[in-house]
Design a protein around this ligand. Sequence first.
Ligand code: 26Y
Length: 824
Amino acid sequence: LWQRLSKKEANDINSVQKSIVHHVTTTLARSVYNMDNFAAYQAVALSTRDRLISQWNETQGQLSRADPKRVYYLSLEFLLGRSMDNALLNLGLKDTYGKGIEQLGFNMEEVIESEVDAALGNGGLGRLAACYMDSLATLDYPAWGYGLRYNYGIFQQRIVDGYQTEYPDYWLNFDNPWELPRLDISIQIGFGGHVQIIEDEYGVTRHNWIPATNVQAIAYDVPIPGYDTENCNNIRLWRSKPTKTFDLTSFNEGNYEKSVEDATNAEKITSVLYPNDNTMAGKELRLKQQYFWTAASLDDIVRRFKKSMREWSDFSDQVAIQLNDTHPALAIVELQRLLVDEEMLSWDDAWDIVTKTFAFTNHTVLPEAMEKWSVPMFEYLLPRHLQIIFDINLFFLQKVEMKFPNDRGLLNRMSIIEEAQPQQIRMAHLAVVGSHKVNGVAALHSNLIKTTIFKDFVHYYGEDKFINKTNGITPRRWLHQANPQLSDFITETLGNTKWLKDLSLLKGLVAKINDDAFRKKWMAIKRANKVRLAELIKERCNVEVSPDALFDVQVKRIHEYKRQFMNILVVIHRYRTIKSMTAAQKASVQPRVVIFGGKAAPGYYIAKLVIKLINSVAAVVNQDPAVGDLLKVVFIPDYNVSVAEVIVPASDISQHISTAGTEASGTSNMKFVLNGGLIIGTLDGANIEILEEIGEDNIFIFGCMANEVEDLRHAQRYRGVPMDSALQGVISAIEKGVFGDPKIYQPLISTLTVGKDFYLISADFASYIAANQAVDQAYKDQSEWSKKSIRCTANMGKFSSDRSVKEYADEIWNIKPYPVIDEG
Ligand code: 26Y
């Protein structure tokens, strides 16, 4: 084997092996002769980590010296998934490590699969943050992420008797080689207490916040290597700890238990990720998380700025801060507090700096997702911040009044404080007022927010403040890593790997569309990916599915607006149709495997019932001999990033079927199409822009448009529009008990009652069935289908997160790449 390798390669493999063995025998204190896959994973991870650390040090050292403007991406969620495969590919070392580990008797794929996901996020928003970090690093932007180091990521989902049950995701059980604890970086964060007003010798009043309790924030750094660059960025995650001198008073008073209890409360702050996606719960601990994180991050950012000995007026020339939704909106208030109370700037000077520094990304228009905090609870935790919010609001509303006098309704609507019982702080309004730019995440969504939730603000500030930044995904993880066969084939076809850094180059594939051999290979790769998914389905669901059937996938968080319910209702319709067929008719049915996956928020009753219904339908359909392989239904438990990496390359068609106007963007739609999967979807979110890029012949669109939704709801409510007749048939089958005790599903079925069908399942039902039939028809012509599939991939250049990140850098952050110089 050695002889078949070039000398350089052998040397590289040799040094890689040495480093692996070194970690096995020292760090892990094990023997190379007594190693399992997990130990091999740990050793490879530690060895890779060494290389990451040296790149990290080099990058951060050079950046400290040059001190260019940086962007800080504040996100409560970073859904990174696994790191090893990604790090090795980005460093260009996967082959070397693969060969090195093989010679030690291990299989790289198995070793990779030993890693647990870093699942510090719920869904789209958290995964977007991870894709953006990959692109920022790859494009050499000086960027840091700031987040929380939760002990428990998103819960693990198991299906018991058809129901979702949640298990804790204690992901740090076996140590995390991808983080660097910075035990020396510790910041005190206060809570509660009171505000002192001091008058200085010149008669100027100052506010001094005296917190009642303090906790410590400890930094953990996660290196983010770019692809094919020396640049290595950072995500700094904060962990809460009791302060060293934790509550000495109660300790000295002999109240030992109480002081230990307070210490436990401090640790609680970063204990668990809230598992709600798009539904606000208003819990005190969540507000504590938000303040703990924003205060620690700002302290760190301000400390770094102060090292450069510049004027405060230069702050926004050195620092851009992006708010990933309203979750970090408190950062606006905290920076104003630091500048006014601690750095003694005037209110107006401080506010000018604040608004030039922050920009805000909105990810939703759903009312239930809008963050609001009760004023009394907020005051108890953050008394000084409440005063500042009231002042920000007062000065803001005074300006509104100047511009539009005597409009109390307007002031009421625009106020940061909602006059409810008790009063509520509207975090979205705070984020808009405190930022210089506000963006939505797809063209339709960015327009919608201008005419709905932020309408008055557009009127007041003008159009320029409200912009669009269509989401993107990183082609490194979502094609190169997840679909290595297709990636290699594309590289072979295009002649090089440049497309991985300039995704528009995929256009070059169009020239191959009429090449039969090319198309055959393209489809063979898809089939191989389907075989791999079929194995996962066998393993996780114990169902055998044929890779020759059409694979139809809907994987995403379970939510009423995403309409998984509508999907399963049409599956039932399909089932009933097949059952009513003669053998001759059945012969022309296109076999289909309908694949679901996704988590429901633990308190979201209706979403959990949808999961139960899917599993009950699967149980009936999969064992019905009258149906056989013509239809299979599976619910893959515990959908997460690493499962997505298996599912995405294997789909023929995927479902993105939200009621128009409800899905801000969607990003899995991009992942599927990039991997040559077609989509069936509504005119919603980024589907619209995907349609524009790939052309209407390569996508199956159905249903109403966003601007029709209000009228349809109205008609349904007041004109007694009857329920769709096919839908009626499906409902009566459920009610007859075809899928088990119908009483279980009553609350679910009630959501379809005429006049209450908020997500318009009935209105879109007929066109959805028709679109599904069109899919079956199209799939039968495999040659035409393969052309569509290639056209899909070829035209997805726009949806690289590199493009998104460049737009943010140029139009919002005003930052430039700072390439790290390789000093050997
Ligand atoms: C307030 C709290 C409960 C909350 C927590 C998480 C609210 C929202 C979220 C998460 C939202 C989210 O993931 N939104 C999704 O963001 C994606 C990236 O922009 C979009 O593609 C997707 O359409 C949107 O639903």
